[in-house]
Structures are given as C-alpha cells and as structure tokens.
Write a protein that binds this ligand. Structure first.
Ligand code: CMP
Length: 178
C-alpha cells in the first residue's frame, strides 16, 4: 500500500475539470485519503519545486529538445539556449501560475499508487501524453508554445514522481499527516 500526492492546478479549475480529474483516480480504485483546497503561497510552491540545478536544467532541456524536434528557433523566442537559464525562467512561470488561483491538494493511496497515478496523469508534456491519460485527453500544450507565450506548460496536475518524493510532498502540504 502506497500514498502519493496530487496537485490539481489553477488551469484545471479554469477549465472546469476538477471533478473529472478526481473521478479518474477514484474509478481505478485508488482511495482518496486527504483533500484540501487552498491558495498556494510563493513560499509553499518554492518548497514544493526545490531550487535544484539538476531539476531546473532538465526542465530547460525539455524546452530545448522540443524546439530542436520541430526545427524552431529558441534564441528568437527566449534569447538563450542555455538549459539552466531556460529552466529558471520556467520555474518562475511555474510559481506565478500556481499562485494565480486555487489549487486542490490530494493524498491518494492504493497498490503502487505513485506509479498508478503517474500512468493515469500521463507524460508531463501534454503534446506527448497518450490519449486516455488526463493530460493527453484534456490538453494540447507543448514547451515551445508555452515558451513563446512566456508561461508555464498547462498540464492540469502535478503527481509525485517517486515514493520518497511523495513522502516529502505529503508532509509539506499536509503538516502533521501520519
Ligand atoms: P509538474 O509535474 O507540476 O512539474 C513541474 C512543472 O513545470 C510541470 O508539471 C509543468 O507544468 C512545468 N514544466 C515542466 N517542463 C516545462 C517546460 N519545459 N516548459 C514549461 N513548463 C514546464
């Protein structure tokens, strides 16, 4: 039995998809153990997405790879092709987005909950997410479009990547949860 954490982001609220997203987790048999709606502070979001150079660089690389794949000019759009600088820009947009409206925080539990939730959610980049997943069914966003529009990828939800990350994120959003 495992626990994982999901954030339903402000873009899901704007699209009216909150109920649909929760029902996808419920119908597969996961148990809803905790749920709270809040307006996230900058401090909370900064703690959730740590200022870690490797992670920031990997986020920047996702944008660079997408620009390369579609033969687009990243310098024209962002003024740089440095993965760290692009990642830092993305992190800033991410903090802006998550503090722009309500966030619903969920704790879900069940057999291999971390992996199961990641499967239901789909690839981080909606353009590459399979149909049948939350991101694949409800978003067509991509890192090149979001970079051009100077905003974060709108991918509706965040889901913990590993069991360790889930533990850290659950104790961050639900203090005293045991
Ligand atoms: P999430 O799973 O919450 O983790 C980090 C978030 O940053 C991710 O979902 C996206 O919303 C966003 N993100 C990740 N990579 C990029 C990127 N290359 N360009 C824009 N936004 C991104």
């Amino acid at each position: 039995m495992e626990r994982t954490l999901v954030l339903i982001k402000p873009d899901a609220f704007k699209r009216g998809l909150v109920g649909e997203i929760i029902s996808r987790f419920e119908r597969v048999g996961l148990t809803l153990e905790g749920m709270k709606i809040l307006n996230a502070t900058i401090e909370m979001v900064e703690k959730h997405y740590p200022d870690d150079k490797n992670w920031i660089r990997s986020v920047g690389k996702k944008t660079i790879d997408t620009y390369e794949k579609y033969n687009l000019n990243i310098i024209e759009d962002l003024g740089t092709n440095d993965a760290l600088k692009i990642g830092q820009l993305v992190r800033k947009w991410l903090i802006q987005h998550l503090t722009s409206g309500p966030v619903l925080v969920l704790i879900l539990s069940g057999n291999h909950a971390v992996e199961m939730v990641r499967k239901i959610v789909g690839n981080t980049v909606p353009l590459f997410a399979e149909l049948g997943t939350i991101r694949g069914d409800f978003s067509i966003d991509s890192p090149d479009l979001s970079a051009r529009e100077k905003r974060v990828l709108q991918n509706l939800v965040h889901a913990s990547e590993t069991v360790e990350e889930a533990k850290r994120e659950i104790s961050l959003w639900f203090a005293n949860y045991s």
